[in-house]
Design a protein around this ligand. Structure first.
Ligand SMILES: [Zn+2]
Length: 192
């Protein structure tokens, strides 16, 4: 390979799809994966092993569209699985520990594009896990919103209706509501 061509090699692009629950993050991730597949790109899809709500080896949106995904415990495993990949997609990325930052940097250096989807805030309205640091290293951030279950305005918060106080409690409609800031703040008192 000539020096000129080597110099043209670029880094991969990190794109993050974030927002509250029911904002369509997974649906958009699935669309992007399908677009990459249509272009015959080699794409690897991952999800945290703890997310088995719908299926152990699939990512499923709330609207029930779905794709196959490799369930993993530690994000470092992604590098091992992605040697030939053009694109890596990861759903529910907020559940991975800080290693996910270095993993994404390594993938980017290998000229692999990365699409991440995850909750930017937890049910208390606090930044979720590594998400703020991932947003810092991202080239492109897409923030989606849901519709407030109380007033129909734009919702950026996830409110937990059920009484489970673990941060990695995976729920469905019924366990959580999407709320705007005003409605979230009015309901938040119920957590106490
Ligand atoms: Zn509202």
């Amino acid at each position: 390979m000539s020096l000129e061509i080597q110099n043209k090699k670029e880094y991969g692009v990190i794109e993050i799809i974030c927002g509250s629950m029911f904002s369509g993050k997974t649906k958009l991730l699935i669309n992007k994966v399908q677009n990459a597949k249509n272009k015959n790109l080699n794409i690897k899809v991952f999800k945290p092993k703890i997310d088995i709500r719908y299926d152990k080896n699939k990512i499923v949106s709330h609207e029930k569209s779905q794709i196959s995904a490799i369930p993993i415990n530690d994000s470092y495993e992604i590098i091992r699985f992605s040697k030939e990949a053009d694109v890596v997609a990861i759903d529910e990325v907020q559940f991975f520990n800080q290693n996910i930052i270095q993993t994404c940097i390594e993938l980017k250096k290998c000229n692999i594009d990365i699409i991440l989807a995850g909750l930017d805030m937890d049910y208390l309205g606090k930044p979720f896990g590594s998400m703020p640091d991932l947003i810092k290293i991202a080239d492109n951030v897409i923030k989606l919103h849901a519709i407030c279950d109380m007033c129909n305005k734009k919702a950026h918060h996830t409110y937990r209706v059920s009484e489970n106080s673990e941060n990695i409690f995976l729920g469905e409609k019924g366990d959580y509501l999407a709320l705007c800031k005003k409605c979230f703040n009015s309901q938040k008192l119920n957590y106490v």
